[in-house]
Design a protein around this ligand. Sequence first.
Ligand code: ADP
Ligand code: MG
Ligand code: MG
Length: 885
Amino acid sequence: MEKFVYLFNQGSADMRSLLGGKGANLCEMTNIGLPVPPGMTISTAACAEYYKADQKLPQNIIDEVRENLTTLETAIGKKLGDTTNPLLVSVRSGAVFSMPGMMDTVLNLGLNETTVQAVAKNTGNLVFAYDSYRRFIQMFSDVVLEIPKHDFEHLLAEHKKQQGVTYDQELSAETLRAIIDSYKILVIERTGSPFPEEPIDQLFLSIEAVFRSWNNDRAFIYRNLNKIDHNLGTAVNIQSMVFGNMGNDCGTGVAFTRNPSTGENILYGEYLTNAQGEDVVAGIRTPQPIAKLESEMPEVYAQFANTAHILEQHYKNVQDIEFTIEKGKLFILQTRNGKRTAQAGIKIAHDLAMEGLITKEEALLLIEPGQLDQLLHRQIDSNATLNVIATGLPASPGAASGVVVFDADHAEQLGKTGAKVLLVRTETTPDDIHGIIAAQGILTSRGGMTSHAAVVARGMGKPCVCGCEALKIDYTKKTVTVGQTIIKEGDLVSIDGATGRVILGLVPMVDPELSTEYLAILAWADEVKRLDVRANADTPEDAQKAREFGAKGIGLTRTEHMFMGHDRLPHVQRMILAENPAERHDALSYLLPIQENDFYGILKAMEGYPVCIRLLDPPLHEFLPSLEDLLIETTQLRITQSNMPLLAEKESLLKKVRALHESNPMLGHRGCRLGITFPEIYEMQMQAICNAAVRLTLEGYTVLPEIEIPLTIGKAEMAFFKEKIDTIAKNTMEKHQATFHYLSGTMIELPRAALLAGELAEVAEFFSFGTNDLTQTCLGFSRDDAEGKFLNHYLDMKILAENPFITLDRKGVGQLMKIAVTNGRQTRPDLLIGICGEHGGESNSIAFCHEIGLDFVSCSPYRVPIARLSAAQAAISKGENYGTR
Ligand code: ADP
Ligand code: MG
Ligand code: MG
């Protein structure tokens, strides 16, 4: 019979998918002898059974839980609901992937009017017993009975006010008793029945609630955001309680084995004395830094530091550890790989490899490629004079400016309009997640470095300053007051998540400097990757930037923007509107030297590396005034009859624009079709490339131009252009007595070209997959229309698993690519093949390019580091190079 329940000594870390991350690690820690309170894990498979049975726990699972509970009770020597020696447990959710704050935990389960007295008697501490009981009622009611937490907090706050106390732990036994009574009345009011007294009922109700919570809104949003499968389900952990709220020799805390913000190798975290469970994360009181524990409880600190070290060595990764101290004794309640900022992620991976704990390859796999990009983003200019109004905790680095907004819904609305917003709250909860997603940065007045806001912001790579207690936030007036300064909703504020500074107004930002660890990691990546990484760059400046980021060439230079400058556009228009070849030649001869200089700059910036230049691609009408504007202008001129010569001119322009107007420009007169109908345009561009190449060659530079024909459908077009390229190149070299290497090839961006790649390769010397257009034409989706109208439905309904414009559609587009690679190489074994669509900078797509044997990927300069790492990860996980040091 299938086993659904595992005692902590029956599982291990590799049983994660069955036991959830929390459960698997509780088992692992139990097995390596760490002080973990005993317990059991109900598997994720049981969660599936629960849903299969229409949200009911099947009897066999109930029985299995009861049997294991008995075993546990015997081992511990306490019994759930026992009138003299009651066992109290926590009921904790734990999915395969850690989902911070997504599903709630119930602590102190097993308390009722009888057992609470037994606990008071056994501990000699009535305040503690009542405090635990009122916490239990509150958590259980929230999670299981779905009575908003807020209502209980309201009652609690009222009692505190009446008694004139600030902190929960200052409440007397009498007041706690009164609070419990008021809680119970609230429960009856809300549910119509009394709070469940029977511990075993409490237990099973909680287990079911955990399973139910898998599908609550916040969990759902989080899974969508992080692309976590909705079918995985959660496990449930039932663990005997230890108490951090029994007095001042008790406490609870959270710590990372290294600083998750910078990566520095020192214990990093915080704790609260005389507190329980969620108090630290919830940001109720601002906790003490972990270093303080060293002076407050030196022995516990030493034991904790040692445990942290053991865990890091054991998991070979930075750990995020939850612990509780009960009467001077340390207990470990959770460990998981610590979420970290991009900066820390790189330093940690680097340092762990240098310390010999992991190999360089393992270090490369530890880094999430997307994070590299964050470090290339701009930070506050250190020379700027800043109006710093307050300083909070530096919870997640990076700088952000935005208009102040006080609630998540509003942040989301404004964000959708394109506004940059700064979400400002006393603290955040999982209910604010959509606002956090929409915001540029997060600022809170309460909570520590492990508060919800901090953890979530770090995970998303968003700047965050938290626990900035100088801020007095008034939600009703929608203001923040800092000393004399009053900031209203809509005012501009900036934060610096690296230092915790809160700054009035916008701030000037600068490019960041890359750390030595960053450069080292990328150098390791280059050692193992097989794919070359190039950049898409249209200007010498971009080419230079790309080179700095490690690009080994340019995979796509678009030439159209070069036609747009105001010194050129009139001539481009003249060229388009020419009545006869002579007029067109005249316009082109004006453009030739300008284009030559464009290419000269780029080839020079990339000297020594290949530069792939695509000839003119967009439909010509993009260079002309809009049809609508012309219609308005001519109509007005006609009505006023004021300027007849101008009217005549505009009317003739209108006629031509109308003639060029297309009902479906994407599939219209564009790409090499322009070169077929107006060969002079392409010839001018070919000549400009050859002129630039010859000039640079004569100046002593090595240049490697690759002349690329866009949007071919097969061999015939390519053959037509190849002959022209070769003739122009030959003549130019002869004329100037200089030779340079060049290649002629084509973009593969139409299904027909992919299917006929075998023939195409007879004339093309390289292919570059233009996967933006190839995706549009393969799926028959125009991107703007798809993303604006129906693509979301396709994703929601799982007709498509991913947005094919972001992650390459391996099944369809990928199939075309494979055909093109195979057939192309069959004709021409040394055919150079790359990709230059946006997918060339996306990890998953890069892995596919590696698998099908492309030579290079090309992406925007800022994504070059991501591509280098992704290419290395693809090589490593394919088993190439693995195991070297
Ligand atoms: P989350 O996933 O939100 O961190 P946890 O299940 O880890 O939820 O629990 C929330 C808090 O309760 C943590 O601080 C944890 O340390 C504490 N906690 C959980 N189980 C116990 C227990 N058996 N004894 C004492 N504290 C516990
Ligand atoms: Mg936890
Ligand atoms: Mg294209």
